[in-house]
Design a binder for this molecule. Structure first.
Ligand SMILES: [Mn+2]
Length: 373
């Protein structure tokens, strides 16, 4: 917390998330900034915490006269993200990652991975360009040598960005404070998840002391689009149990922006007794999308997701995860071949679950050949 009226803002907070050393290091980074050079901040996955942490970071850089643009991977298909996009006019501040400049320093928020399948195969990013990272996922990853790297386990990346903004006494206006509060509330499920730390609660309270309460409420009262009910019915018609895992998928090719609706279906399935883990997936254009939920305490969820969808293709935290990867170009389906591809993938993922659970007898080199597809 800030010392009242103190001239040295680099005061560490209670739990030491943001050590004075780290703040000093960040100030040095800002002071040594090349005049005229801008920073591009990447959001690997569009969600309220990613959006909010990027915007708080942008405010921090801009407060020091450094131009900052935000680039996002994925899309604004989830109705809550759409609402935030319209309410905060994000068309003015966020651009698709395909427009990322080929040079210049980069920042990454709400993700730790410099190489991330979610960026898409057309986007090649040299990891050495990253000089700023703030995340609350404890993925095994290489550290940034020259730059600012803040990774702490807590409820949201926005909390860490808010602590940084406060330490540097960066003013956050009412709109931005409310956006940040939405980010924290969303990632912590209204500050209820067990990963919620005192810093999340304190930051939320500080933000909303000058936030827009009505807008906060509206941000969580989003409506589901008309196509949702049909999609949910279609997906649930395929629901089956594979070695204790509930798995279901969209049987037809989905629109890119509807891919985010899978997470809502997964959320609605997560409480079911009888299978601790649920996998909901679909194909949107050239991408496979999946949402995974689990209340199992034993299952290493990121490993499980990678075992089904491939290494580096997805991840999870605290029982909630996703996968997103691009199909190789020759496999991108036509309307006429989508059904076959989806059937193949369905059989494939089931085999991979069985294999992971140690029950798949088949060998992909055909040695045993007793495929269970
Ligand atoms: Mn997050």
């Amino acid at each position: 917390m800030l010392a009242d009226g103190g001239s040295m803002p680099a005061h560490s907070n209670d739990s030491g998330f943001l050590k004075a050393d780290l703040v000093r290091q960040f100030m040095q980074l800002l002071e040594s900034w090349k005049t005229g050079e801008s920073i591009s901040i990447i959001v690997a996955q569009v969600d309220p915490d990613g959006i909010a942490s990027a915007h708080v970071s942008k405010a921090i850089f801009e407060s020091r006269g450094i131009a900052c643009e935000i680039y996002y991977a994925g899309s604004f298909g989830h109705p809550q993200n759409q609402l935030i996009y319209n309410e905060w006019e994000l068309m003015k501040t966020m651009r698709p990652i395909s427009e990322l400049p080929e040079q210049g320093p980069l920042g990454l928020v709400d993700s730790s991975r410099f190489e991330d399948a979610r960026f898409g195969s057309e986007v090649r990013i040299d990891p050495a360009r990253f000089i700023f990272r703030v995340d609350h996922h404890l993925d095994q990853t290489t550290k940034i040598k020259d730059g600012f790297d803040l990774i702490e386990s807590c409820g949201s990346a926005t909390t860490l960005c808010t602590l940084l903004a406060r330490a540097l006494e960066v003013p956050l206006d009412k709109q931005l404070r409310t956006l940040a509060a939405v980010g924290i509330h969303s990632d912590t499920e209204q500050l209820t998840l067990s990963i919620t730390r005192n810093e999340d609660i304190q930051s939320f309270a500080w933000l909303m002391s000058e936030g827009d309460q009505e807008k906060l409420e509206a941000s969580f009262n989003f409506r589901l689009p008309p196509q949702f009910a049909d999609l949910e019915r279609e997906v649930l018609s395929t629901l089956e149990m594979v070695d204790g895992v509930r798995i279901a998928h969209a049987t037809s090719l989905m629109k890119e922006e509807d891919g985010d609706l899978l997470s809502i279906i997964a959320n609605r399935q997560r409480r079911n007794e009888g299978a601790a883990t649920t996998v909901i997936w679909g194909v949107t254009g050239g991408w496979v999308r999946a949402s995974i939920r689990s209340y199992s305490k034993e299952l290493p969820l990121t490993k499980f997701i990678e075992a089904i969808f491939g290494k580096g293709k997805g991840g999870a935290k605290h029982g909630s995860g996703g996968a997103r990867y691009q199909l190789a170009e020759p496999h991108v389906p036509f309307p006429d071949t989508a059904e076959l591809l989806i059937k193949f993938l369905s059989a494939q993922y089931k085999c991979r679950i069985q294999q992971m659970r140690g029950r798949g007898g088949s060998d992909r080199n055909g040695k045993n050949g007793k495929s269970q597809a």
